[in-house]
Design a protein around this ligand. Structure first.
Ligand code: GAL
Length: 641
């Protein structure tokens, strides 16, 4: 399969007489995929149950004639105005109780059954019409679940759905008592502050309490919301599959963790994500001001790669970038233009991590409405933007190159959306987050030149890896623990590993690590300015545990407490390491496992793929590395023997 370029196109926003020219120009630029229609519900179904496909037929036909393959979006992220008149209570509700209003997008609640049925209907009609159309080569369901804080809604429909879900759950498989509500009271430990319930319809949302809600209550609601997203996706996927054999995807977002992406992808054929390196640097990454300034026009050197690797795992090996920033965006606190060359770097970096397609957002900058200040490949009047030169360059590079490469790294990190929920509910200290902890480990490894795979906690085994990291997995299924125990190379677990059960109760450690005698005596969080020093270089920042163990101690704190312990190939880390502590830990493991590494210069990252090695320069200056000059905002690709 060849690596390809694509673009997001909104023909409904432009006069018909330019569609043909647009398609020809796309073709000329080397674009072979176009994604359309993901926000066009009002155009497809202008009134309830009255459909207009004539315009879409024509677009599909034009694209097909020009040899451009189509990703057809289901339009459910943008319900028309009449839908809100039909079902005023379909709108998502904020924590304050206020309904979010019509007038942008994603204004629906996943729990509103009548709305979801209407989605199924429109998807069925679209899939029936285009399922066998030879130009439709892929499907995208909805658009960016969870974006704009839309996973969670406190609507009446959500409350009803949540109560029923709890009742089902506690009637079937949890707790020891017979009465389901007693099961819940027991499992949640409600014999505390007189929080016991007499029936499921007494249970509200875990919000707006006088002080913290019971973490078990919060956890169950987040789990419910996550499952609703997966169910919504599945219902659409099953319909599309009845009519089409083209693969199905969803375009996930950067740093959205409120729902389990692995569960959504159970009903996808490949994953895709929307990469906005400069927008994310300003808007989403935990970083110092100086880091933001240094990389303002290049993006963070690890954030894109992190998501490429994560979504490769989510997509079970197959993934795309569905939207990539081609110039400045309109939505971050500051919206600079990328340094010349960076769009090409980002694109090749995605290919280096295994992307099949990199698709730009969007073909032409919008003339009207919310995204007027978002660049496209053309300005509204149709003039080419300077970035098209870079795209042209990538297209010619792709002609001679290179097939999509699949590869397996030697290092894997388990990313667990469930544990993320536990951290979100109980960070135990300001600013602590699961994502940031995992990201720190990822960055630490990349600074040592490593290529990394992410792994689902439910993967069958860790076979083929030499090092597995499981940072911060507060909740661990038995299956994960078994995998750890079966693995023969190094596993680094912790901090906070397996410390809570399914209902957020504290859990002893011995059952999780049969080969360890390990108990957390106490845990603490602290300000970044008051780290806990280690006896070797480095410290614990933010969080650490006081543990009792008879296992071998590999590292201690300055005051002599165990910081890193091991039993055979399993190591447990009792805190959140800073960069130099992490480096020490890694170097020791690399030596044991004979894993090669190199200290990367600031802003340079390596990615190895089957048969090729890339060095990406995120700096705005040239860097010399191992005898090669890597120009600023550029990269070097070498074939490996
Ligand atoms: C994405 C979204 C697109 C567009 C883009 C602007 O999150 O999927 O529809 O809004 O952002 O950067």
């Amino acid at each position: 399969m060849k690596r390809c370029l694509g673009v997001c196109y909104y023909p409904e926003q432009w006069p018909r007489n330019i569609w043909e020219t647009d398609a020809q120009n796309m073709k000329r630029l080397g674009i072979s995929w176009v994604r359309i229609a993901e926000f066009s519900w009002a155009k497809i179904e202008p009134q309830p149950y009255i459909y207009d496909f004539e315009w879409l037929d024509e677009v599909i036909d034009i694209m097909g004639k020009n040899g451009i393959k189509i990703v057809l979006g289901t339009p459910t992220a943008a319900p028309p105005r009449w839908m809100v008149d039909l079902y005023p209570d379909m709108l998502p509700v904020e924590q304050s109780g206020i309904s979010r209003q019509f007038g942008s997008r994603r204004h629906y609640c996943f729990s509103h059954e009548k709305f979801v049925r209407h989605c199924e209907l429109v998807v069925e009609i679209i899939a029936k019409r285009y399922g066998r159309n030879p130009n439709i080569k892929a499907w995208q369901i909805d658009n960016e679940y969870g974006c704009h804080d839309t996973t969670i809604s406190y609507s009446a429909a959500a409350l009803n759905g949540y109560q029923k879900w709890l009742k089902y759950k506690f009637s079937h498989n949890l707790g020891k008592k017979c009465n389901p509500i007693d099961n819940l009271n027991h499992a949640w430990g409600n014999n505390f502050w007189s929080m016991t319930y007499a029936s499921f319809d007494q249970i509200g949302f875990p919000i707006n309490c006088v002080t913290d809600p019971n973490p078990a209550h919060s956890l169950s609601f987040l789990e419910y919301c996550s499952e609703k997203v997966a169910e919504f996706n599945k219902r659409q996927a099953l319909i599309i599959k009845k009519y089409s054999s083209s693969p199905i995807t969803h375009n996930f977002m950067g740093k959205i963790t409120e729902f389990d992406h692995f569960k959504v992808s159970d009903n996808l054929d490949f994953a895709s994500w929307d990469s906005y390196p400069l927008g994310f640097l300003e808007d989403r990454i935990s970083a110092s001001e100086s880091h933001r300034i240094t990389y303002a026009r290049q993006g963070d050197p690890d954030f894109q790669a992190f998501h490429h690797d994560l979504y490769r795992a989510v997509g079970n090996g197959r993934w795309w970038v569905m939207e990539q920033q081609p110039g400045s965006v309109n939505w971050a606190p500051f919206n600079p233009m990328p340094l010349e060359g960076m769009v090409r770097v980002w694109t090749w970096e995605a290919f280096a991590h295994g992307a099949e397609v990199v698709s730009f957002f969007r073909w032409r900058q919008a003339k009207s409405a919310q995204e007027q200040l978002h660049s496209g490949l053309q300005c509204p009047a149709g003039k080419k933007m300077p970035v098209t030169n870079e795209i042209q360059e990538i297209s010619s590079e792709l002609k001679n190159a290179s097939e999509v490469k699949k590869s397996k790294s030697q290092i894997g990190i388990v990313f667990d959306y469930e544990s993320e929920r536990y951290w979100r509910i109980q960070p135990h200290g300001k600013g602590n987050s699961y994502f940031d902890l995992v990201f720190d480990f990822y960055r630490g490894l990349r600074k040592l030149g490593q290529s990394i795979d992410f792994i689902s906690p439910n993967a069958d085994s860790f076979d083929g890896y030499k090092l597995i990291l499981i940072p911060g997995a507060m909740f661990m299924e038995n299956k994960l623990v078994e995998k750890i125990n079966e693995f023969s190379h190094t596993v680094l677990v912790g901090p906070r590993a397996g410390c809570r059960d399914r209902n957020f109760n504290l859990k002893g450690f011995s059952s999780f690590f049969p080969r360890f005698d390990l108990e957390i005596i106490a845990s603490e969080t602290f300000r970044p300015e008051t780290p806990v020093r280690l006896s070797e270089e480095g410290c614990f920042v933010r969080y650490r545990e006081l543990i009792s163990t008879s296992a071998k101690i590999l590292m201690k704190t300055e005051s002599g407490d165990p910081a890193l312990i091991s039993n055979g190939n399993i190591q447990y880390l009792a805190g959140w390491p800073d960069e130099s502590a992490m480096k020490n830990i890694f170097l020791r493991i690399f030596e044991d496992e004979k894993l090669p590494f190199k200290q990367m210069p600031e802003g340079i990252r390596e990615r190895r793929n089957t048969g090729e090695c890339f060095w990406f320069n995120y700096n705005d200056f040239e860097v010399e590395f191992e005898g090669f000059k890597i120009p600023s905002a550029n990269f070097i690709r070498r074939e490996l023997k």
